[in-house]
Write a protein that binds this ligand. Structure first.
Ligand code: PMP
Length: 425
């Protein structure tokens, strides 16, 4: 953006006390990130007074934008009463009841503090329930930073064989982790069946995000998900949906849109109303691995700040405001932007496409058919275009993710951002 001297100054301070000045890899922008000062509705102001139309919404979590009045009131009510106790509170039951009522596949739920932890607990629950070691995941799909969930996250063309390899994401990942994760290509029924044919007996579960963002933000085919559930169940393995992001696709999440019932679901982001959160949810028979009422559970799980009443009350307020009408509004805006962007690509004869569903979309500068992680893996030129798009939007006061992801919020309307206030206050 035009002018960011305060952000640059803050980054210089941050560099001394944080590695690379950074405490969250995803928010780094070269040469320095823009520091946020405040947000309201669908806008964010930086420390230099520039205002942005926020199309990333804290990487999809802030579905109502900033300072949603209901969430603010709920949190203000809780703060003077104490923020976290060594005891449960009613607030966790209130939010659990709302989520159980919305998700037909879910009978019971257990809270956590992040999506990473939710996915980790879901994988551990599948292992504990089946007493098997391996999980299957989709090539290039992001599920947070549990070692097992990270496998294959950034596999690159040099290790693309016929079948995806179990590649490490972080340096130092133990070989044992890699050998307990089987990676499959997205939307490929035959490949999945072949894996189960050989390894079915040792697979605890299949982890899948029905619309994996980093693998391209292309929806799973319905017949693929049906075959996946059937294949996994035939082998005695569980199906885990990662709906940390995709829960924002509809009133009953992605599983509601596809009408498919996973055994376990990992949740996060929007269910915390802007506060740190995660949850693992599913059928009572499986969730029983966490039950401490008959002695040590099969899978013990704690967490000092788990289900703290600030998060729970903010989450209840945010989820309560996510009515069917709110989703219809988000769907309308998403389609409006995807159609408009695709029409612009066409009109200007550019190779590229806008994909996604509901309130989420991604721009890919590829002429390929967009089918999976490999088909959207950007060439050096495409990377440069994504970078230029990101910068160009920032200069025009629009926030997005550097890799081309956009997430809308309920306060947005189809009149914006042409009604955008000026760049500086
Ligand atoms: N799963 C998915 C699909 C995600 O997108 C993310 C985070 N972006 C996570 C899990 C991890 O969530 P968190 O950042 O809250 O740990």
């Amino acid at each position: 953006p035009a002018s960011c001297p305060r952000s640059e100054e803050l980054f210089a301070r941050a560099r001394k006390v944080m590695p690379g000045g950074n405490t969250r890899t995803t928010v780094f922008i070269d040469p320095f990130p823009i520091y946020a000062e405040r947000g309201e509705g669908c806008r964010m102001w930086d420390v230099d007074g520039n205002v942005y139309y926020d199309c990333i919404n804290n990487f999809t979590a802030m579905i109502h934008g900033y300072a949603q009045p209901e969430a603010v009131a709920a949190v203000q009510g809780q703060l003077p009463l104490g923020t976290a106790f060594g005891a449960p509170t009613q607030s966790e039951i209130d939010l659990a009841e709302l989520l159980v009522a919305r998700l037909p596949s879910v009978e019971q739920i257990r809270f956590a503090n992040s999506g990473t932890e939710a996915v980790m607990m879901a994988i551990k629950a599948a292992r504990a329930f089946t007493d098997r070691p391996k999980i299957v995941k989709i090539e290039g799909a992001y599920h947070g930073s549990y070692d097992f969930a990270e496998v294959s996250l950034d596999s690159s063309p040099q290790n693309w064989g016929d079948m995806p390899a179990s590649t490490a994401y972080a340096k130092g990942t133990p070989q044992g982790v890699l050998s307990d994760v089987i990676v499959v290509p997205f939307n490929d029924i035959e490949a999945l069946k072949a894996v189960f044919h050989v390894h079915g007996w040792e697979i605890a579960g299949v982890l899948i995000d029905p619309m994996p963002n980093r693998a391209g933000l292309i929806p799973a085919r319905r017949d693929y998900l049906e075959a996946l559930v059937e294949t996994a169940h035939a082998a005695g393995a569980l199906v885990i949906f990662d709906e940390v992001i995709s829960f924002r696709l509809g009133y009953a999440g992605a599983q509601g849109l596809w009408n498919i019932a996973p055994d376990l679901t990992a949740l996060g982001k929007i269910i915390g109303g802007g506060f740190p959160v995660g949850a693992v949810a599913g059928r009572a028979e499986i969730m029983a691995v966490f039950d401490p009422t008959r002695g040590k559970p099969a899978l013990p799980h704690g967490g000092t700040f788990t289900a703290n009443p600030v998060t729970m009350r903010a989450g209840l307020a945010a989820m309560g405001a996510l009515t069917s009408k709110a989703f219809a509004h988000l769907d309308y805006l998403g389609a409006f932007l995807r159609d408009g962007t695709n029409a612009a690509f066409e009109r200007h004869g550019l190779s590229g496409r806008c994909v996604g569903l509901g309130s989420l979309f991604r721009i890919h500068f590829t002429g390929n058919d967009i089918v999976d992680y490999r088909s959207v893996y950007p060439s050096a030129t495409e990377r440069r275009k994504l970078n230029l798009l990101h910068r160009g939007l920032l200069d025009r006061g629009v926030l997005s993710a550097s890799y081309g992801l956009f997430a809308l919020s309920t306060p947005m309307t189809d009149a914006e951002p042409s009604s955008q206030p000026s760049m500086t206050r």
